[in-house]
Ligand binder design. Structure first.
Ligand code: ATP
Length: 224
C-alpha cells in the first residue's frame, strides 16, 4: 500500500498456520481492538526458517488462512512469503514492508506475537533489528509466562526501556515499543489440532468449519 493510503497502526501477523485455528483468530481480532489497529495483515510463512517443515504445502496453508479470514474486513492476507523461493525470516519481511511502494517508513507497524514466540525471539535471524522496523505486541498464551524475570535475559535487557503500558503510544511512532495484551486464553495449538486429526478425533470448535471442510476435502493431516 503506498504511503498515505493508510497511515494508522498496521498489525503484522506471521506464522506457519499449519493449520490456522481460533487461537490465531482471537489473537488477531483482540489485537485489533486492544491496540486500535487499522488492519491486521496475515503473512503465512513459506518455508519457516526455525522449525520442521510444515505438514502441508504453503499453498494449502495460505488457502486455509484465506478461508478463515475472508469475512473479517479488518484482516488482509499477504501471500508473498508463500511464493518466495527462500526461507521466511521476519526481519527481511518487515524490511520489504518498509519499502516506499509498500507501507513506507512512517506508518506504525505492530508485529503480533504469542508469548511463546516472543520468548523465542533471541533465536531469530537478526532479531535485534526488529525493534527499528516495528513495535512488538505480545499476547498472553496459556503455559508461556510473560513476566520479565522469566524471559531470556538478553531479551529482557533489550526490551527493558521499550515496554509501554499504554497501547495508544504505538500510534505515535513507527517502531520500537513493546506492549503485552491479555487476550482470551485459548489453549489451542496447531500441533494439537494436527494430532487430533491424525488420530481421527474431533477438531470441531478449535478452528473454523470452513477450514475443517478444506482439510477433509484435501485429505490433509491423515491418519498414519
Ligand atoms: P505449532 O503448534 O505448530 O507450533 P502454533 O499453534 O503455535 O503452531 P503458529 O503458526 O506457530 O501456531 O503461531 C503463529 C503465531 O500465533 C505465534 O506468534 C504464536 O505464538 C501465536 N499463537 C498461536 N496459537 C496461539 C494461542 N492459542 N494463543 C496465543 N497465541 C497463539
Amino acid at each position: 500500500m503506498p504511503e498515505g493510503a493508510g497511515d494508522g497502526p498496521l498489525g503484522i501477523f506471521g506464522g506457519t498456520f499449519d493449520p490456522v485455528h481460533y487461537g490465531h483468530l482471537r489473537l488477531a481480532e483482540e489485537a485489533g481492538s486492544a491496540l486500535a489497529l487499522t488492519a491486521v495483515r496475515w503473512i503465512p510463512a513459506g518455508q519457516p526458517a526455525l522449525r520442521d517443515a510444515p505438514r502441508v504445502t504453503a499453498g494449502q496453508r495460505l488457502a486455509m488462512v484465506r478461508l478463515a479470514t475472508a469475512d473479517n474486513p479488518l484482516f488482509e492476507v499477504d501471500a508473498s512469503e508463500v511464493t518466495a523461493a527462500r526461507p521466511s525470516y521476519t526481519v527481511p519481511t518487515l524490511e520489504r514492508l518498509r519499502l516506499p511502494d509498500q507501507c513506507g517508513g512512517r506508518r506504525p507497524l505492530v508485529l503480533l506475537l504469542g508469548a511463546d514466540a516472543f520468548a523465542g525471539l533471541p533465536g531469530w535471524h537478526r532479531w535485534q533489528s526488529l525493534f527499528a522496523l516495528a513495535h512488538l505486541a505480545v499476547a498472553h498464551r496459556p503455559g508461556f509466562p510473560l513476566e520479565r524475570a522469566q524471559l531470556p535475559p538478553e531479551l529482557a535487557e533489550h526490551c527493558r526501556d521499550r515496554f509501554c503500558s499504554n497501547p495508544a503510544e504505538l500510534a505515535s511512532s513507527p517502531a520500537g515499543r513493546v506492549v503485552t495484551f491479555a487476550m482470551t486464553q485459548l489453549a489451542i495449538s496447531a500441533t494439537r489440532v494436527r494430532r487430533l486429526l491424525a488420530s481421527g478425533e474431533s477438531v470441531r470448535y478449535l478452528l473454523p468449519d470452513r477450514v475443517i471442510a478444506y482439510i477433509r476435502r484435501h485429505r490433509l493431516y491423515p491418519q498414519p
